[in-house]
Design a protein around this ligand. Structure first.
Ligand code: C5P
Length: 424
């Protein structure tokens, strides 16, 4: 994924007081790069290391990079009540890497060292960048802790899928420095530091494919990666919107500042969206929702049977999520769809725009090598309910998402579109 330009999205870091917590995982060495990145963007960084982190990275290195002493113990400078002091002086805190132990202590409210005690005193926004082996990340206790923390409004960035220590590979790798910087900047933005045309506005975005089960091991799905929807969710959050992203299965990292709800089937996506759409001013349907599902999802694996006669699978219609949201549309709500087509795309797009009660629809071909499913770029045409046709030239999905959000913002305010630098 290409990085957004620093000047646009990371301005909130300038002058911000960032508490950088480092817990004891192999990825702790990357905290040095993050500290340097934060300082480069103008942040005042106060690093705090756990005892175990000091085995992986020297406090002196972070002290040199941040220009401040790095405490590791509650009893360093005990007369100052260091943990309370550190928490009060932070505009935002980020823990990178956050180990399973750090997540567990925070979820459970434990404060048995300087970092955990400081985080218990924190009232500023908190960003966690977990890093651990896949087995740990997928352990039910860690999954439950992550859900608890998310519910409390903690922002999680990553982990990403990739090579791990010891030659393993899977989800668990610390998010890239750029993604963590963006998450910290986005966490600061609602406090009024960033630009926020959509501050206080709720948005719901769908992304990715759905899975329609035939039996416990087989399902029907499609090639959508979810990238376009993730990019739209990230772009809305950068403008200050409170974004719920309802996403099908996939391995994309959570966009910074976005609350992600994972679903599998179209019916689960429908329930998650309809519930949240009532309070949302913006709903964007970028998911490739399966139109049909097997009438029966067998609870045991379907067997071949005695003959070679193929089994007939009966399909039934799935709910149309956007059409249902469109049918209950509130005044002032902006509804946006995507139409992925292989032919006559504009005619089909215009038809869907009217039928589903949408304000905007992005029409694109999915049979091109540089647009549509599972590629980094996209291009197409934006059709509006009042009959405008706006070309969307080839751009990264992130850049196209920014352009789309410009149109959403303009639709809400009725303002002329702002001049924007051409897509990267
Ligand atoms: O009808 P079609 O699937 O081509 O329409 C595409 C648009 O409708 C997309 O925005 C997609 O997310 C949305 N959609 C939906 N629920 C469905 C099917 C499509 O929300 N069951």
């Amino acid at each position: 994924m290409s990085e957004p330009p620093a000047s646009l999205d990371r301005a909130a870091l300038q002058g911000a007081r960032v508490l950088l917590g480092v817990s004891g995982g192999v990825a702790a060495y990357k905290a040095a790069l993050l500290a340097r990145g934060l300082v480069t963007h103008g942040a005042h960084v106060q690093a705090v290391l756990t005892e175990a982190a000091t085995r992986f990275i020297a406090p002196a290195q972070l002290a040199a990079l941040t220009g401040r002493p790095v405490p590791t113990d509650v009893f360093d400078d005990a007369h100052r009540i260091v943990h309370v002091d550190l928490a009060r002086q932070a505009d935002v805190a980020v823990v990178a890497p956050a180990t399973a132990n750090a997540l567990g202590k925070l979820a459970g409210g434990l404060g048995d060292d300087l970092l955990s005690s400081t985080l218990l005193c924190l009232t500023a926004p908190l960003v966690l960048a977990p890093a651990m082996h896949t087995e740990m990340w997928e352990h039910p206790a860690v999954v439950a802790n992550v859900a608890t923390l998310r519910e409390r409004g903690v922002v999680l960035v990553g982990p990403e899928h990739g090579p791990l220590a010891g030659g393993d590979e899977g989800p668990g790798r610390l998010a890239e420095e750029g993604a963590i910087l963006d998450a910290v900047a986005a966490a600061l933005a609602p406090a009024g530091r960033g630009s926020g045309e959509l501050a206080g506005v709720r948005a719901v975005v769908t992304a990715g494919a759905t899975r329609e089960h035939l039996d416990p091991v087989r399902y029907l799905t499609n090639r959508s990666s979810g990238r376009m929807g993730y990019a739209v969710a990230g772009a809305l959050a950068r403008r200050g919107a409170h974004v719920d992203l309802v996403a099908g299965p996939g391995e994309l990292p959570d966009p910074p500042g976005v609350t992600v709800h994972r679903v599998e089937t179209a019916r689960e996506m429908h329930a998650a969206v309809v519930e949240r759409a009532q309070d949302a001013a913006i709903v964007v349907g970028a998911a490739a929702v399966a139109d049909f599902r097997p009438a029966q999802a067998a609870d045991r694996k379907r067997k071949k049977g005695a003959t070679d006669e193929p089994e007939q699978v009966t399909l039934v219609r799935n709910p149309d999520i956007l059409a249902d949201v469109g049918a209950r549309k509130r005044p002032g709500q902006v509804l946006v769809g995507f139409a992925a087509e292989t032919h006559d795309e504009e005619a089909h797009g215009a038809d869907k725009l009217g039928r589903k009660g949408l304000d905007l629809i992005v029409v694109n071909r999915v049979d091109a090598h540089d647009a549509g499913f599972a590629v980094e770029t996209n291009r197409g045409v934006l059709l509006t309910a009042d009959g405008q046709r706006i070309a969307l030239p080839l751009a990264s999905k992130e850049a196209l998402a920014e352009t789309l959000v410009d149109h959403i913002v303009a639709r809400r305010t009725g303002a002329d579109l702002p001049e924007r630098t051409p897509p990267r």
